[in-house]
Structures are given as C-alpha cells and as structure tokens.
Design a protein around this ligand. Structure first.
Ligand SMILES: [Zn+2]
Length: 457
C-alpha cells in the first residue's frame, strides 16, 4: 500500500510539474493587424483616399485594402483583354499601386463589377451574403481601428452602384464583425490539431467608420468630418500627397493610359498647374460612427487608443408604424432610409428630395411602394408632374391594393434627347402624386440631372 501511495504521489507530482510549464498558445498574426481598413469596389477606387493614406502611412499607421470586385467591366486602354481577364490584370495594377504607397495587405472579394447606379443590383450580382461573409472575415483578421469607405447613398456625382454597395458592406461588417453569433464558424476554436473548417478568429469591434463621398458636393457633405490638405509634403518622399496619389494612380494603365501618356509629355510644373486647377486642395471625409468619442471634424484617430473595445450593436431607430394608406419611393431610396435607421446613421447627410443623374434619351423609372393598412381593398391613382419635354410612358393608372398589403408599382418617364451644345447642370424636379378617394396619400419628389453620359439607372 505504501509503495502504491508513493507511486500515485510521484505521478501527481510529475503531472503538476508538467502543468507548471505553461504552453504558449498561438496568437493572432500581427503582420495583418491594421489601423485603417479601406473598403472600395474597383481597382483604382483607392485613389479616392490615397492622399490621406500616404499621410497616414507617414504617421506610422498600418493600412490594408479590400476590393469587393476585380473591376472586370471597365475599359481597357492598355491591351485587348476584357471581362474576367481584365479583372486579373486590374488586380495586379491595384497591388502595384498600393505597394507604391507601402500597402501590401490587399484582398479581393468575389463580387462582379456591375455597371448600374442601383446599389441593390450590385449587391444582388455580387452575392451579398457571400461578400459580407468574406468582408467580416477580413475585419476579424485585420482588426482595424478605423474603416474608410464610400458613402452609401445615391446622389448626383455618385454614379456607381458598386461604390455604394462597398459602403453598405463595410457598414454592415463594422456592425457585425464584433458579434460572435455572426458567422460563428469564423470565431470557433479548432476541434482538432489541423482544423479544416473552423477559423479560430476572434470577434472584432472596429472603433470608427468614415465615408468619402464620390463627388465634390460642398452643399451636402462639407463640415461633417475631417479634411486633410493634399498639398502637404510627405515626410518620407518629400513629395506632396497629391503627387504620391497621382504616381500611384499612374500604375492603373488599363484605366488611364491616354491620360498617363498625355501627362508623360508634361514637366513637373505643368503637372502641378493641372493638379491645382483640376483637383480640390483637400480631401474630405464624412464621419459615420464613432464608439470612442472625438469631435466631428477632428482627426480620424482622435479618441482611438490601442485597447480593443467591446462589441457595440448599432442603436436601431424605430420605424414609424404604417397607418392607413400611404405611398413612398421604393428601390434604393427606401432601402437607404431603412439602412440609416438600422445602422444608427440617421445623421448621415442625404439630398432631400432625393436626386440622381441620368442620361438624355433614356428612361427614368420611379419605383414605388403602395401600402394599404386598412381592412378593405383600396383604389390608388398615380399621376405625375414631369418637366416640359419629358414623356410619361407607363404607370399613371389606378391600381387596387389589397387589405393589409404593400404592393410595388413603377412609373416610367421618357427623358428628352440631348440638346446641341452644353447641357444644363440644374436639377429638374419630378413629382408623383398618389391619391385615393380624391385625397392625396403621398407626393414623392425626385430631382434629376440630365447628362450626355451616365450609367444605367
Ligand atoms: Zn470604381
């Protein structure tokens, strides 16, 4: 008995001896930790932020970039390749353009370049769920302090649904990546030594999100976030930040070979003169959300400290309850209303009435939701007041909406042909009136700018 007791004691001691030598568990890979995660749609879109990114890198910030598509729908000025082949080339151009600035952590999602102004078309064509899953993974992998992305909205100057969709995805990822129940397989620990399914990432709450509008629209966006001079000199290269951005952009030969070739014939003074006349002096951001305070126009990193913060689900604004009969704009316009409420972004600037730029000679489609909260079917009559020379083609009719139903309707208006000479820049207003029993149940306004060239609505 005595010997057995001794043996057990010895075993216990040896066990506790091995327990006293703690094993180092693997940590998250620091090579991918980032301060700024830029989320954009197409290779060359990073150019919307490169003057600021060059400055941030000078200040020691780590930057990573996610492209949601390969840009396979773009033009190719450098060679004959198109579509998916062009996308492969544009990936390399983007990697080189980023590398020029010192950015090497660059990822591409599987979204397809979608040529329309409608954010919902882009999200549908990308596979919204798949893209979001990939982006949430990259947020958890790169653990950004700040996300920078396109401002998600439709307005004159923002003519690409893909840009808006990148802003939508980035906002969703900002709100979801810290939630361990969202894509839980990404944050599950391994069940075996060489785990093949579970990713062993940690949830991550990004601290701030800033947007850049894809248009110089002082009337809507000025003063709602920090601005940075593009003329300041880089500490590392002694070049002004606009020049670093331009040098980086020059790598996108498929997109701008003719422009680059014309610049190659200019001397530095001529290029500087052109830059001063064509580009704004400062880069503007719109503050989306902050979970660490800081002032609206203060530095992007104001309030950011190295400590991780807890998951903070967005404050969701309550939707006004539907009552009686109503009519409202549908499509991207109603989506963005709901989007701002869902993500606590009601302060985000948006043009009112909503606006869009369209091409002369095309068709304006006004999507509508007609709601009947009553207990009997209701007749709703739609009419339009268009500007002179515009032709209402379809949708002005009386429709019946069932009790407790919401139905989609659509007005189509033919736009006039392009005038000789320069087109007017002013926006023109279209009003749609919805009536029931001789009383208006909603007037929906849209402001349209007609252009010689614009992406499909
Ligand atoms: Zn783009």
């Amino acid at each position: 008995m005595k010997n057995t007791a001794k043996l057990l004691l010895g075993l216990l001691l040896s066990c506790s001896a091995s327990a006293q030598q703690p094993r180092q568990l693997p940590q998250a890979d620091e090579r991918y930790k980032t301060d700024i995660l830029l989320v954009v749609a197409h290779p060359d879109d990073e150019g919307a932020a490169t003057p600021y990114l060059a400055r941030a890198i000078d200040e020691g910030k780590r930057v990573a970039v996610v492209y949601t598509t390969h840009g396979g729908n773009g033009a190719n000025e450098a060679g004959s390749e198109q579509a998916a082949a062009l996308g492969e080339i544009r990936e390399i151009e983007a990697r080189r353009a980023n590398a020029y600035l010192g950015i090497t952590n660059v990822w591409f999602l599987a979204g397809k370049d979608t040529a329309s102004q409608n954010v919902l078309q882009s999200l549908a064509n990308w596979g919204h769920g798949q893209s979001l899953q990939e982006l949430v993974r990259l947020v958890r992998l790169t653990r950004p302090e700040v996300i920078l992305t396109f401002l998600p909205d439709t307005f004159v100057g923002e003519d690409h649904g893909d840009h808006q969709a990148a802003g939508v995805l980035a906002t969703e990822a900002f709100d979801l990546a810290g939630d361990p129940t969202v894509f839980p397989e990404q944050v599950a620990g391994p069940t075996r030594r060489l785990e093949t399914f579970l990713e062993n990432l940690r949830p991550w709450q990004t601290k701030k999100i800033y947007y850049f509008p894809d248009a110089d629209r002082e009337d809507i966006f000025r003063g709602l976030g920090p601005e940075y001079s593009v003329k300041d000199l880089s500490k590392s290269t002694k070049l002004p930040y606009w020049r670093m951005a331009l040098n980086s952009f020059f790598i996108h030969q498929t997109q701008a070979k003719s422009y680059i070739d014309s610049m190659a014939k200019m001397n530095d003074a001529e290029i500087e003169k052109l830059a001063a006349s064509e580009w704004s002096d400062a880069q503007h951001f719109v503050r989306g959300k902050t979970l660490v305070g800081g002032s609206v126009t203060g530095d992007i990193f104001e309030g950011v400290t190295p400590q991780a913060i807890l998951f903070s689900p967005p404050g969701r604004a309550v939707e006004p309850p539907p009552s009686g009969l109503s009519a409202e704009l549908a499509g991207p316009w109603s989506f963005y209303e709901a989007f701002r409420r869902a993500h606590g972004l009601q302060q985000l600037p948006h043009p009112e009435p909503p606006e869009i730029a369209l091409q002369f000679g095309t068709t304006l489609v006004i999507p509508l939701w007609l709601s009947n909260g009553l207990t009997t079917p209701q007749k709703i009559t739609l009419s339009v007041t268009p500007p002179a020379g515009w032709t209402v083609q379809a949708g002005t009719e009386t429709v019946i909406v069932g009790p407790q139903q919401v139905a989609a309707a659509r007005i189509e208006i033919g736009l006039p042909a392009a005038p000789e000479g320069a087109a007017k820049k002013e926006l023109q207003e279209v009003a749609v009136n919805a009536e029931a029993d001789g009383k208006s149940i909603g007037v929906m306004k849209l402001r349209i700018q007609l252009r010689k060239k614009a992406l499909a609505q």
